[in-house]
Write a protein that binds this ligand. Structure first.
Ligand code: MCA
Length: 479
């Protein structure tokens, strides 16, 4: 079974039920509408030469059209390559050079001008569709998505997820959260990451439920969507709940049946504030681009603040010798695209995926993430790997050495801070502005350092490795 075969069956069976609601104007698309629109869009994609197995880059703000394009690519048996709309040209160039998509669907086609693509921007609205294209016939083992994720090695790697992986991930959530066709999710997440695609959209469609699509996150718009469209579910990253608190809107979540937080640790104080204002504990869960979702606090039973909960149905989790969280299950990806070195490192000899997180189980089997084996920073729910930022900063001629760390931040979870050793001739007064300008053209906004500290040398341990812990402590004291 593929993702879209499962979805289309539901849309045909319940053809008059709502599937998508546009939060901007309240327009409702039924199962029949979505089936028809995605069929037509798939025909148009096919007319531009996209075939089953081809990669198609998708980098658009959340909208009904983005959802239609996403489903159309999948129905054709082509492979979705989601890309952050904030990626700079260099970041896009890396993804395109690596995965070699035949086409790209972007809000701003100018972003890929001059990059090696066969069809730049297929017009999914007006092109004549090619006649009778076979749809929904991919094999469950076929790749459905290449999800780019940064890593300790610097440049983002493409995680290969099959239809079976994504369907298993969605079904586990449907079962664990008892997601039904009567549910309605308020979707205010980016549509280029696993949270917004793999959990929110795939889960809703697999459950036969409906989705209210917001063009961006905004506390007032979330409140209105919940009220006007009688929503039952909201998924957010902790920064979104912090913004709802700031806007005194946590109480507007009270009508929902389930409030889910993920992508970053939820501050226990914020957990308590949601619980008291919304009258229910938020549910924290844990996932990754490579695995869809892994664990969840229970729907019924105690939701433990700070724990990511229990393994989802079908997911097996164990701790390696170093406490590293290792996973196995039908949701676990098929490896990184054309990257044997990364694959050797990512999997144990017996085929379990090393998440890179360090965990502990409590006596009741709840998993607690207590650290990371890499220096990953999570800011606003986005993952940032220091190495990628350091490589970009180091390209500045006045930079001799640099180390990037995450510093706790009440609004963003963590904020990216850079410690830089500059060359002797560098102008100390102007260097921060110069470095801001330097990274602006190289890194997406969420990866850019928000603080620059100039040092005469970086702290090193006896092995010559940078002491990031010392820098983090120093950053916390001065913040
Ligand atoms: C960004 N800015 C910052 C920081 N980060 N400023 C200070 N400190 C920071 N740490 C700046 C940006 O450069 C930008 O500035 C401005 O703040 C707004 O940034 P933006 O990120 O666009 O923020 P926003 O539009 O206000 O949205 C905040 C947000 C958004 C809604 C929380 O970050 C978001 O949608 N996050 C969700 C990410 C997500 O989906 N993650 C899931 C990954 P300027 O305007 O000057 O440029 S999937 C995953 O993690 C796994 C699978 C899982 O388990 O879910």
């Amino acid at each position: 079974m593929t993702l879209t075969a499962a979805w289309v069956e539901r849309w045909r069976f319940a053809s008059t039920r709502p599937v998508l609601v546009d939060a901007r104007d309240g327009e409702v698309l039924t199962g029949a509408d979505v089936e028809h629109l995605t069929r037509t869009a798939a025909g148009r994609l096919s007319a531009t030469g996209v075939r089953a197995g081809d990669r198609v880059l998708l980098s658009c703000a959340p909208s009904i059209d983005t959802v239609i394009a996403y489903v159309a690519i999948l129905r054709l048996g082509a492979v979705v390559v989601p890309a952050n709309t904030g990626y700079t040209r260099g970041e896009l160039e890396h993804v395109i050079g690596d995965v070699r998509p035949v086409a790209a669907i972007l809000d701003d086609p100018g972003r890929v001008d001059g990059l090696p693509l066969e069809a730049h921007q297929p017009d999914l609205a007006t092109l004549p569709p090619s006649a009778e294209v076979p749809l929904d016939i991919a094999d469950s083992g076929d790749i459905a998505m290449v999800a780019y994720t940064s890593g300790t090695t610097g440049r983002p790697k493409g995680a290969l997820l099959s239809h079976a992986n994504l369907l298993a991930g969605a079904r586990a959530l449907v079962e664990a959260w008892q997601w039904t066709p009567d549910d309605r999710l308020v979707h205010a997440l980016p549509m280029f990451h696993m949270h917004g695609l793999g959990a929110a959209l795939n889960g809703s469609f697999t459950a036969g439920a409906s989705v209210v699509v917001l063009p961006r996150f905004d506390p007032a718009a979330v409140s209105e969507a919940i009220r006007d469209h009688e929503a039952t579910l909201f998924f957010g990253v902790p920064t979104m709940y912090a913004r709802m608190r700031e806007a005194a809107r946590l109480g507007d979540l009270a009508g929902l049946r389930l409030i889910v937080s993920g992508s970053a640790p939820l501050d226990p104080l914020l957990f308590q504030q949601i619980a008291s204002d919304a009258g229910q504990d938020p549910l924290e869960r844990y996932g990754m681009s490579e695995t869809v979702m892994l664990t969840s606090n229970p729907l019924f039973g105690e939701r433990r603040a700070g724990s990511v909960g229990l393994p989802l149905p079908g997911v097996r989790i164990r701790l390696g010798d170093d406490g590293g969280v290792e996973v196995n299950g039908p949701n676990v990806f098929r490896g990184y695209w054309e990257n044997p070195d990364a694959n050797r490192e990512a999997f144990t000899d017996d085929g379990w995926f090393r998440t890179g997180d360090i965990g502990e189980f409590d006596a009741d089997g709840y998993l607690w993430l207590v650290g990371r084996s890499s220096d990953l920073i999570i800011t606003g729910g986005y993952n940032v790997y220091p190495r990628e930022v350091e490589d970009a900063v180091r390209e500045h001629p006045d930079v001799v050495d640099v180390a990037v760390v995450g510093i706790p931040d009440p609004a963003w979870g963590e904020t990216v801070a850079a410690y830089v050793v500059t060359s002797e001739g560098a102008d100390p007064a102007g260097i921060a502005v110069a470095l801001d300008g330097h990274v602006e053209s190289r890194l997406a906004p969420y990866k850019r350092p928000r603080r620059w500290t100039i040092l005469t040398e970086l702290p090193h341990n006896a092995m010559g490795k940078v002491r990031r812990d010392v820098l983090r402590d120093q950053g916390m004291m001065s913040s």
